[in-house]
Design a protein around this ligand. Structure first.
Ligand code: G6P
Length: 625
């Protein structure tokens, strides 16, 4: 993944680069760095701590300039160490003709993505005398640009790019051209920010990184190369027919990106704040809804909905679990056959395409590389009808899809997704109702009842949040365990999966989820007094079956932690701990039941002292395969 910012200006841009990095930390945060053109050469600071530490280092070293690039990293090739942190520098190979008169550090480069042929390029560049200082795939690009450099950075980059296989967004500058940054994208996001003074122009992984600096944004397209200079920029791309780069025009859009710099207020972490923001996020997502109609998903949605007879949902991570939940709704309420696939699997699977499929992608960020690739794969297979449920209106996913529903969760900063998940579920429930209506499966009375239930959700979630003290008491027990099992049935099985994901990603406790009926086919072997078993047990048609599964756990000495409805006859006793949910919620129950699981993960992680908002090895937005 990684985040990139770059700038050319007449003023010192280091504070802007570092502020941009802070806002891009959702893309990775295992190290960071900044490089500038200063004193006729290249200067940089790099750190394996957070941006605040980098800032202190840059201040101490007097790093200041009008030309520079910065990077926040999520390690793919090479451990998260300072020598692997970007920007990478290159130099002409010692002793070679082009090295004569050059000091070390001619080209500085930052990269987001993966270069698949880096081994081959590394061998070639080593043979040419280049010395490698890191284990990254990125460093080969810096050396390659250096190798092609002959007084014009744009030309050098244009020659280097066709040699790269893989995905990238890069930004690069050169010691010999003090007021120039060249950037390019192929498979990783990159925007151009057109400056509003100081002759300045910017590039960044997203518009949010430039909020407050410029709102004039150009969304670069795959294959675009942009040349930033003082007071001008120039976009070009390779013309397949002539084999030469030619100028292209891209529209400049006014984008009111939010800086994402939300205040924590009374909360300890963004994740806790975002859990508690769910009533508002859901209310905002439902705000404009006065009735159900396909047009909620965009113009022409009725025609599309009429033309499809199945749904294929593609997503990753938490978004995959919201899709898995929606499958139950789509099949039982809209009576439309639905499959849900992990995007990274689907994109390489030899599946059987059906043009009458509605392809639905779900993504908080709208930038997840596997989900975008899966969408393109589905379309290339001959499935033209695409719809996304997405939290970022300006994202690549929204631009790529025919139809969209934009959730209004607001910026989600904690890596572990919470309010994005519940608002996705709201969007998916609306999709279910709209498809049901188009297919003649929704009576007016049903529509009115579902809308009433949806509107009640913010209040209902608020009541669930009031369970926090009881959940905290459980979390103290969980903090001492190393494993946990989560059980659910039917509509609540994906909620059990999401609960296990939340716990493992932020508390580092190994957690797995099973549909409770599967317990006896393997996981029961793991059940001991040391294995807490969380059970999502709403009062639905499967409750009696679930109770039998719970008995199987109790009989083996397992400790049960049950989220039950108020009117369920499950009472606390030794080995059986019960928290009662305030109401019974029917079809919308998953949206409520996930909330205490989020709180359980959060408080367990706090009790274990982990970095809740930035768990180790993870990133908020995964823009690599
Ligand atoms: C990362 C995040 C998860 C998220 C997943 C999919 O793994 O840490 O929280 O669910 O990506 O992201 P998306 O933005 O496509 O929903």
């Amino acid at each position: 993944m990684c985040g990139i910012v770059g700038a050319v200006s007449q003023r010192n841009i280091v504070p802007i680069l570092l502020e941009g990095l802070k806002r891009l930390e959702y893309r990775g945060y295992d190290s960071c760095g900044v490089a500038v053109h200063q004193g006729g050469g290249l200067k940089r600071a790099r750190s394996t701590s957070r941006v605040a530490e980098l800032q202190a280092q840059a201040d101490q070293d007097g790093i200041a300039s009008g030309t520079g690039i910065a990077h926040t990293r999520w390690a793919t090739h090479g451990a998260p160490a300072v020598h692997n942190a970007h920007p990478h520098f290159s130099a002409g190979p010692a002793g070679s003709a082009e090295a004569v008169g050059q000091s070390v550090g001619r080209v500085a480069l930052v990269h987001n993505g993966i270069i698949e042929n880096h081994d081959e390029l590394r061998a070639e560049l080593k043979a040419r005398g280049y010395q490698f200082a890191s284990q990254t795939d990125t460093e080969v690009i810096a050396h390659l640009v250096d190798h092609y450099y002959n007084g014009d950075l744009l030309e050098a980059v244009q020659q280097a790019l066709p040699r790269l296989k893989g995905a990238y967004a890069v930004a690069v500058f050169c010691r010999d051209e003090p007021h120039r940054v060249v950037a390019a994208r192929e498979g990783s996001p990159l925007v151009l920010g057109v400056g509003e003074g100081h002759g300045e122009n910017f590039v960044a992984s997203d518009a949010m990184a430039l909020a407050g600096v410029t709102d004039q944004i150009v969304y670069l397209e795959e294959g675009d190369v942009v040349d930033l200079q003082l007071g001008r920029y120039w976009i070009s791309r390779l013309d397949a027919q002539t084999g030469r780069y030619a100028a292209v025009q891209r529209p400049v859009k006014t984008v009111h990106a939010h800086s994402g710099a939300a205040e924590l207020g009374p909360y300890r972490h963004y994740m806790q704040k975002e859990i508690f923001e769910q009533p508002t996020a859901i209310a905002n997502t439902l705000e404009a809804i006065t009735g159900i109609s396909p047009e909620l998903f965009g113009d022409g949605a009725y025609r599309v909905f009429k033309d499809v007879d199945k749904v294929l949902i593609l997503a990753c991570g938490t978004s995959y679990y919201s899709g898995s939940t929606a499958k139950y709704w789509l099949e039982s309420i809209a009576r439309i056959p639905t499959s849900v696939e992990i995007a990274s699997e689907y994109r390489y699977r030899d599946s059987v395409p059906d043009p009458k499929t509605l392809v639905v992608t779900i993504s908080q960020s709208g930038e997840t590389a596997d989900t975008i690739a899966a969408l393109k794969h589905a379309r290339a297979q001959g499935m033209p009808h695409t719809l996304t449920i997405c939290n970022v209106a300006t994202s690549a996913m929204v631009r790529e899809c025919e139809l969209a529903y934009i959730t209004r969760a607001g910026a989600e900063i904690g890596v572990a997704s919470t309010k994005a998940f519940t608002t996705q579920l709201v969007g998916l429930f609306l999709l279910t109702l709209a498809l049901a209506q188009t297919r003649g499966q929704l009576s007016e009375a049903d529509e009115a009842q579902h809308l009433k239930d949806l509107r009640h959700l913010p209040v209902a979630v608020q009541a669930v949040l009031a369970l926090e003290p009881q959940v905290i008491a459980w979390s103290e027990e969980f903090a001492r365990k190393e494993n946990a099992l989560f059980l659910g049935r039917g509509l609540h099985y994906p909620i059990a999966l999401e609960g296990a994901l939340k716990l493992k990603e932020i508390s580092y406790i190994h957690a797995e989820a099973y549909p409770a009926g599967e317990l006896k086919h393997g996981p029961l072997a793991l059940v001991t007094a040391e294995m807490p078993v969380v059970t999502v047990a709403p009062n639905d048609a499967l409750l009696e079956k679930l109770k039998s599964n719970m008995q199987e756990v109790r009989a083996r000495g397992g400790q049960l932690y049950v989220f039950a409805d108020g009117d369920t006859a499950i009472e606390s006793e030794p080995g059986l701990h019960v928290i009662r949910m305030p109401e019974h919620y029917g079809a919308l129950s998953p949206i409520l039941h996930v909330v205490p699981l989020q709180l359980l993960a959060y408080h367990t992680a706090c009790a274990r002292g982990t970095d809740v908002d930035k768990p180790r090895n993870l990133a908020k937005s995964v823009t690599v395969e």
